[in-house]
Design a protein around this ligand. Structure first.
Ligand SMILES: Cc1cc2nc3c(=O)[nH]c(=O)nc-3n(C[C@H](O)[C@H](O)[C@H](O)COP(=O)(O)OP(=O)(O)OC[C@H]3O[C@@H](n4cnc5c(N)ncnc54)[C@H](O)[C@@H]3O)c2cc1C
Length: 301
C-alpha cells in the first residue's frame, strides 16, 4: 500500500504535522524509533508553552500521544535507516521493513552533543541541562556550572547569572570562541568564575541528582546543575546520501519546509533555523503539513 505521507519522528513537530494531515483525510503513517514525544520526555519543567502555565515534558508528551490515539493516527515503532527516491514515490527503509509514500516529512530532531561521561545520560533533566532558558529558574540562588566557550555558552551563562547565585564557567581552551562583546559582558559579571583550559572529567551524583563535578581530574566543585553548551548533533544521518544536509548536519529547507528533493519535507529541530523551541517545532510541522495537504488535494482533483 502506498501512503500519501510518511512522517519520520514523533516529537512535537511530527505529531503536530500528523494531527493536521490525519484530520485532512490524507493516508498517513508515523514512524518513531524510540518514544513518542521525543525530547519532551527528557524535560523536567516547561513554563513557556501556551495553554499550560506549567507542565512537565512527559505530561505534555502524553497529551500529544493521547491525540495520536484519539485520532487513530497510524504509527509504528521503527527506526528509519534510509530513504530511497524513485520517480513518483519515496521508499522509507526501516527496521520493520519498507514503506512507500508520495510525500515524506523528516521530523527527527537533534541530540545535544555529550561530554562523554558515564552517568551523563541518566542525569539529563536531573541536574544536567542544555537549556538555561527552560531550566534556569529551577536553580535560583544555587551554584551551577556551565560548560562551553561559544556564543551560546556565554549567552546562557549571562542569562543564568541573573538567576543563580554563582556560575563556574568551564572552557577547554585558553580564549573564548564567542563574540568579543559577549566576552566583555561576561568579564563584568561578579558572580561568574571562569576556568580556562579546563574540562569536566567526572560528575558525582547523589540520589540520582548532580552533586559535584570534577575538573581536570583534580578540582571538585559543588554544584546543583551542569549546563552543557558544546553543540548539538541533528539526528539526520539516515539521509546523508541524499545530499540534503549542510556542513553541520542540519537539513536545509525552503519557506514551505520542502528540501531540494521534491516531496521530501523537513521540520523542527532537524532543520537549519534560528530558534529551536517547542512552539517553533510545532509551527514547522503544521505549516509543512498544510503545504502537503494542499498539494496532495490539487493532484487528486
Ligand atoms: C533539556 C531541554 C529542555 C528544553 N526545554 C524547553 C522548554 O522548556 N520550552 C521549549 O519551548 N523548548 C524546550 N526545549 C527545546 C524543545 O524540546 C525542542 O525544540 C523540541 O522538542 C523539538 O521537537 P522536534 O519534534 O523537532 O524533535 P524531537 O522532540 O527531538 O523529536 C524527534 C523524534 O524523532 C525520533 N527519531 C530520530 N531519528 C529517527 C529515526 N531514524 N527513525 C525514527 N524516529 C527517529 C526521535 O526518537 C524523536 O522522538 C528543550 C530542549 C532540551 C534539550
Amino acid at each position: 500500500m502506498q501512503y500519501d505521507l510518511i512522517i519520520i519522528g514523533m516529537g512535537i513537530s511530527g505529531i503536530s504535522a500528523g494531527i493536521y494531515a490525519k484530520n485532512s483525510g490524507l493516508k498517513i503513517l508515523m514512524l518513531e524509533k524510540n518514544m513518542p514525544g521525543g525530547l519532551l520526555n527528557k524535560i523536567s519543567k516547561i513554563n513557556n508553552y501556551p495553554g499550560y502555565r506549567e507542565i512537565t515534558g512527559p505530561d505534555l508528551s502524553l497529551e500529544l500521544f493521547n491525540s495520536v490515539n484519539e485520532l487513530n493516527i497510524p504509527y509504528k515503532i521503527a527506526e528509519v535507516e534510509e530513504i530511497k527516491v524513485e520517480k513518483n514515490k519515496k521508499i522509507v527503509k526501516t527496521t520493520l521493513g519498507e514503506f512507500e509514500s508520495k510525500y515524506v516529512m523528516i521530523a527527527s530532531g537533534r541530540e545535544s552533543r555529550k561530554l562523554g561521561l558515564p552517568n551523563e545520560t541518566k542525569l539529563l533533566g536531573r541536574g544536567i541541562s542544555t537549556c538555561a532558558l527552560c531550566d534556569g529558574a529551577l536553580y535560583k540562588d544555587k551554584e551551577v556550572a556551565v560548560v562551553g566557550g561559544g556564543n551560546s555558552a556565554i549567552e546562557e551563562a549571562l542569562y543564568l547569572s541573573n538567576i543563580v547565585k554563582k556560575i563556574y564557567l568551564i572552557h577547554r581552551r585558553e580564549t573564548f570562541r564567542a563574540d568579543a562583546s559577549l566576552v566583555k559582558l561576561l568579564n563584568e559579571k561578579k558572580n561568574i568564575e571562569i576556568f580556562y583550559n579546563s574540562e569536566v572529567t567526572s560528575i558525582i551524583d547523589e540520589e540520582n541528582k548532580v552533586k559535584e563535578i570534577v575538573i581536570n581530574k583534580e578540582k571538585t566543585l559543588e554544584v546543583s546543575a551542569l549546563f552543557t553548551y558544546i553543540g548539538f548533533e541533528p539526528s539526520n544521518s539516515f539521509v546523508k546520501d541524499l545530499n540534503l544536509l549542510n556542513e553541520n548536519g542540519y537539513i536545509e529547507v525552503d519557506e514551505n519546509y520542502e528540501t531540494k528533493i521534491k516531496g521530501i519535507y523537513a521540520v523542527g529541530d532537524s532543520i537549519k533555523k534560528d530558534i529551536y523551541q517547542l512552539i517553533t517545532a510545532a509551527n514547522d510541522g503544521v505549516v509543512a503539513a498544510i503545504r502537503i495537504i494542499r498539494k496532495s488535494k490539487k493532484e487528486k482533483n
